[in-house]
Design a binder for this molecule. Structure first.
Ligand SMILES: Nc1ncnc2c1ncn2[C@@H]1O[C@H](COP(=O)(O)OP(=O)(O)OP(=O)(O)O)[C@@H](O)[C@H]1O
Length: 572
């Protein structure tokens, strides 16, 4: 894992060397300072040569100034190193996320994904900056101060070194527990990110049901879980901080008593004693740091593990190595003995065979949950067929690149998802390089003109998050306009069930009819009245296709379709 972590430093070798070199230099100056003080007191002070004393003071000041500069470099460039690595990892995670298929997102909570890309990576950035530097400097300071202490008085050095095994124990004992703890903490952050996401996204439903109290209770549960885990972390930290503090101060006391004895017995100079005490301070600095390190490192490690988990998630639908880029498909589709289930244990349908000619309009009907949407979502490879194959123009869709395949298929969903920008931007999502004229033309063909005329900003009207400022019908028309712009040879229409008024509904039907002209169209139908004109109606039940034919054929057959039709007629 460590090697993998360091591979992210590769592009920033120069920055790393600069940061590291400055940190080492600063560490050395810190180490040299107590010895300089010792010499100052023992040699210069007693010599009473004022010029030398002033010169030595100026030299000490210069050391401080240089150290200040070094520390500024370490703080700025060191953080830049951390931020660069964090940015790279975030980009890698986001790019990987774009490759993952629907099944991954079906099983993930949005808040957890957001957490991985924000909080976790922030912690990694901190460790990326401080990690190697702190570790190395800590070791260097430890070793350097110990050697200098031995050179001043080895007996005192031995007393001071008592603290080393204790520190090692504290680091290993608390470090791994803190890593586990922070991992749990990040999960809890993910939980309430998800909760907030769902609550804000669904606030209209929450308020319409007047379920604010219920939501408050759910949120408070997550909030308290987070609090508990965080308190556990601080309990561990309090234990490690107080243990290390106590051991340091006890050692310091021992050094004071033993040092006083050595000075009084003439085995140590006053300068040596003061210098030694200053060295003890330097020696303890890494020990004191252990408390912040014990917080930062486990967070970084936990964050990095979560990051690698995401990066290592293989997209279950990937391009074959020799996948071809398709363009201008005609739109002949064939499902050949296709079986599929979202989980291997539960098949949604089995042995589906269906041939659709280019330009044909096929409507899928059947009871709710029968698998109409699922059949259609296999075509753009949102999910992979379990067995059998699907071809377009005779080519297996698994032999095409995902991007080129999906460019050939347009989907108008029942639940139109719009982005938070303007109407124009949302239409342009169909073809990002479209000109303004093309966007306006698409809007006209989707019969958006009248609505746009009533808006002062027209296509530049901002429609709010997920398009909340538009009506259901308007959103659908924007989605249709997008498709006119995308202009794919194959179309999947998830027919709207939302109760639009008859006039709007008719207008939308007309737009859709125009949109599907000359394209192979698969309609996921909920209301049979609207699809009677389809070239073919395919009836799906819980196992697969049970009937197919024109409306007239199926009515004459007096089978499932006939029953569904009669039932809907009765309910209207
Ligand atoms: N992402 C998913 N993960 C697991 N199971 C799913 C998923 N989507 C749908 N299902 C299940 O697959 C079955 C078929 O669902 P599908 O949405 O294809 O039916 P449908 O005929 O389109 O229904 P409706 O008319 O209500 O939209 C259902 O039992 C449903 O619970």
């Amino acid at each position: 894992m460590l090697r993998r972590f360091f591979s992210y430093y590769r592009p920033y070798r120069g920055l790393f060397v600069l940061d590291f070199a400055c940190a080492i230099l600063s560490g050395l100056l810190e180490l040299g300072f107590p010895i300089a003080v010792k010499l100052f007191i023992d040699r210069l002070l007693l010599s009473q040569e004022w010029l030398l004393i002033l010169l030595a003071s100026a030299a000490l000041l210069a050391i401080y100034v240089i150290n200040t500069g070094l520390m500024a470099i370490v703080t700025y460039w060191g953080h830049m190193l951390g931020i660069n690595i964090e940015t790279d990892m975030r980009r890698a995670a986001f790019n990987h996320l774009q490759k993952l298929s629907f099944s991954y997102f079906d099983n993930q909570k949005t808040g957890h994904i957001v957490g991985r890309l924000t909080k976790d990576l922030e912690e990694i950035g901190e460790v990326a900056h401080h990690g190697p530097e702190d570790l190395f400097i800590a070791l260097m300071t430890f070793a350097g101060a110990l050697l200098l202490m031995i050179s001043v008085n080895w007996q005192l050095a031995l007393i001071t070194a008592i603290v080393v095994p204790l520190t090692a124990w504290l680091t290993s004992h608390f470090g791994s527990r803190m890593t586990q703890n922070f991992r749990r903490l990040f999960e809890r952050v993910g939980d309430f990110n998800t909760r907030i996401e769902e609550n804000v996204g669904g606030i209209r439903v929450v308020q319409a049901f007047a379920n604010e109290n219920y939501e408050r209770t759910l949120f408070e549960m997550d909030n308290q879980n987070y609090r508990r885990v965080k308190l556990d972390a601080y309990k561990l930290m309090a234990a490690s901080t107080s243990l290390s503090y106590m051991s340091m101060r006890l050692t310091q006391m021992l050094v004071m008593i033993a040092g006083a004895y050595f000075v009084l017995s003439g085995n140590l100079t006053t300068g040596g004693f003061i210098g030694f005490l200053l060295l003890v301070g330097v020696f303890f600095r890494p020990v004191e740091k252990i408390n912040s390190v014990i917080e930062t490192y486990p967070k970084g490690i936990a964050g990095f593990r979560r990051f690698t988990e995401l990066i290592d998630t293989e997209p279950d639908i990937a391009d074959a190595p020799d996948a071809i880029t398709v363009d201008h498909l005609k739109g002949d589709i064939a499902y050949e003995d296709v079986s599929f289930g979202y989980s291997p244990a539960a098949a949604v349908f089995e042995h589906v065979n269906l041939a659709i000619r280019a330009g044909e309009t096929i409507a899928f009907v059947g009871p709710s949950g029968a698998g109409k949407t699922t059949i259609c979502s296999l075509l753009p490879r949102f999910y992979e067929v379990g067995s059998g194959r699907i071809t377009i123009d005779g080519v297996d869709i698994r032999d095409m690149t995902k991007v080129s395949l999906r460019q050939q298929i347009g989907i108008v969903q029942q639940d139109v998802f719009l982005f938070g920008g303007t109407i124009g931007e949302n239409i342009a999502y169909g073809r990002l390089c479209a000109s303004e004229d093309e966007i306006a033309e698409a809007a006209r063909r989707a019969r958006l003109e009248e609505m746009l005329a009533g808006l002062p900003a027209g296509l530049d009207t901002v429609i709010g998050e997920r398009g909340v400022k538009l009506s259901g019908g308007q959103k659908q028309r924007v989605a249709i306009a997008r498709m006119f712009l995308k202009n794919p040879p194959i179309l999947i229409l998830d027919e709207a069930t939302s109760a639009l008024d008859t006039e709007t509904e008719r207008a939308i039907q007309r737009s859709l009819a125009e949109l599907s002209k000359g394209r192979t169209t698969l309609i996921i139908a909920h209301r049979l009245a609207t699809i009677q004109g389809a070239d073919r109606i395919v009836v799906v039940d819980g196992n697969g296709i049970v009937e197919q034919g024109t409306h007239q054929d199926l009515m004459a057959k007096r089978g499932v379709y006939n029953r569904l039709h009669d039932a809907q007629m009765r309910s209207h």
